[in-house]
Design a protein around this ligand. Structure first.
Ligand code: GLN
Length: 489
């Protein structure tokens, strides 16, 4: 049997159109691959029967020469997107067997375009984490391995692991402070967080509403462009959705970087960062220069305040968003002696440690007497960070930086100090605070043989330049390494 799991999304869509194979064939191959890879724990819920039915429906359309942008492609969905009739957990115990009666706008766009959904992918609880170890449904394993099992990054660890393991052709993800780009970097995949407001947040379980953005994780830059083209678009149901026509992301991938000015932000480095990452960054500069870009050096002086500001704003918004999980209307309830006791027991039982920590930080920084000192201050820092980027855009069209300060690390690495974990997000949170599009492209292997990503950050609404630069990096890096399939041995 042909190994259909080696296809890219682009290749699969072309093959389906040319009738080289059917959607049912490639869907069955991916279902088998998902089953073989159960050890990776990438899925919380699989939905194979509906996937087969969707594949058959796609085949009928394709036979008539019809079908949408994603027609017949077996894909995965992060379990933070509400899916009609399919359990949605957000990686938490508190949602119980909550089964939405509605579909998120992003996944409904993808269904309109012919997605075959294989199931719901594992994630950190309520998307809070950088290692996919806070999920109630257990940690996700990175298909890349040296001796120990490694984390795939987080919070979209299931999405990244599934795409890297070739058990789905692409996956949806979300990024509040780096959750698309950091797992992409840890797994040798491509991930883009578009401009805030490009993808509707309607039907996506909220973490920090002013930072949350959906985007794809895929094998190639072009595959990300295809998926984002389907996921994005104006939605009147989300008041922060941007009412602008979508550019042609796919065409942007072929634009090249000739004449573009690429800024190198000198602050995107930190003590203890492996020399591999520093060298890769220098190599990335050379690649873009050779491809015709002009390199300029820029400064984003408030970068050092981004992480503390993020870890005030995100928990503040989370504490408010998560107030709705009270056990009254849906999800789990632990009955107590009175209403307050029921709330307390329900929330103590339903939320994991990291989520409880964030709720406590969030309610603290929003409380009377501390609001000005923390939350308001963080908002001011946020404005400065956005201004830093605006100043940079006077000198350049996009920025090149590392995605993360490290490669994937072992599962279960003791994390007594949560701040150590938060440091993973040091190069990614800035784009969320400023609402900018940013992409991670796999660019090399470190000395242990683990993938490392480079990050391109662009102007608001200018994903086209991000795709152009991302595609140029991808071409120069020629990253072909794949994890060994140890799990299906
Ligand atoms: N790791 C970051 C956090 O824990 C970002 C998570 C995300 O982007 N969803 O908040």
């Amino acid at each position: 049997m042909t190994d259909f799991t080696n296809l890219t999304l682009e290749g699969a869509l072309a093959g389906l159109k040319a009738k080289d194979f059917t959607s049912l064939e490639i869907t069955e191959a991916h279902i088998k691959a998902c089953e073989d890879a159960s050890e990776l724990n990438a899925f919380i819920t699989t939905d194979y029967d509906n996937a087969r039915a969707a594949a058959k429906a796609s085949d009928e359309k394709l036979a008539k020469g019809d079908g949408g942008l994603l027609e017949g492609a077996p894909l995965g969905v992060k379990d933070l997107f509400c899916t009609e009739g399919v359990r949605t957990t957000a990686g938490s115990k508190i949602l119980g067997d909550f089964t939405p009666q509605y579909e998120s706008t992003v996944t409904s766009n993808m269904k309109r375009d012919g997605m075959v959904m294989l199931g719901k992918l594992n994630l950190d609880e309520f998307a809070m984490g950088s290692a996919n170890e806070t999920s109630y449904f257990g940690p996700v394993i990175n298909p890349w391995k040296v001796d120990d099992n490694l984390v795939p990054g987080g919070s979209s660890g299931g999405s990244a692991s599934a795409v890297a393991a070739r058990i789905c052709l692409g996956a949806t993800a979300t990024d509040t402070g780096g959750s698309i780009r950091q797992p992409a970097s840890f797994t040798g995949t491509v991930g883009i967080k578009p401009t805030y407001g490009r993808c509707s947040r309607w039907g996506v379980v909220a973490f920090a509403s002013s930072l949350d953005q959906a985007g794809p994780i895929t094998r190639t830059v072009k595959d990300s462009a295809i998926m984002l083209q389907s996921m994005a678009g104006y939605d009147p149901k989300d008041s922060t959705s941007i009412n602008e026509a979508l550019p042609d992301f796919m065409a942007a991938c072929d634009k090249g970087v000739k004449g573009l000015k690429i800024g190198i932000p000198k602050e995107y480095t930190m003590d203890g960062m492996p020399s591999d990452i520093e060298e890769l960054w220098q190599q990335g500069i050379k690649w873009l220069e050779e491809a015709g870009a002009e390199i300029v050096h820029v400064s984003l002086p408030h970068t050092k305040y981004a992480l503390p500001a993020y870890y005030i704003v995100a928990p503040a918004e989370a504490s408010s968003n998560l107030a709705r999980y009270d056990g009254m209307r849906y999800g789990n309830r632990v009955a107590g002696e009175d209403l307050n006791d029921t709330y307390e027991r329900t929330r103590a039982d339903g939320f994991g440690k990291e989520v409880r920590r964030r709720i406590m930080i969030g309610t603290y920084v929003l409380s009377a007497g501390y609001y000005d000192a923390y939350y308001l201050r963080a908002q001011k820092v946020r404005a400065r960070i956005a201004q830093d980027f605006k100043n940079a855009w006077e000198k350049c069209d996009a920025l090149l930086a590392p995605t993360c300060p490290s490669a994937a690390f072992p599962v279960g690495r003791p994390v007594n100090d949560p701040v150590q974990m938060y440091l993973n997000d040091i190069f990614t949170v800035t784009a969320n605070l400023a609402g900018l599009p940013a992409m991670s492209v796999p660019a090399s292997l470190d000395k242990d043989g683990l993938p490392l990503g480079l990050q391109i950050i662009g102007r608001a609404l200018d994903e086209e330049t991000v795709f152009a630069a991302g595609a140029a990096l991808e071409k120069a890096a020629d990253f072909k390494a794949e994890p060994e399939k140890w799990w299906s041995a």
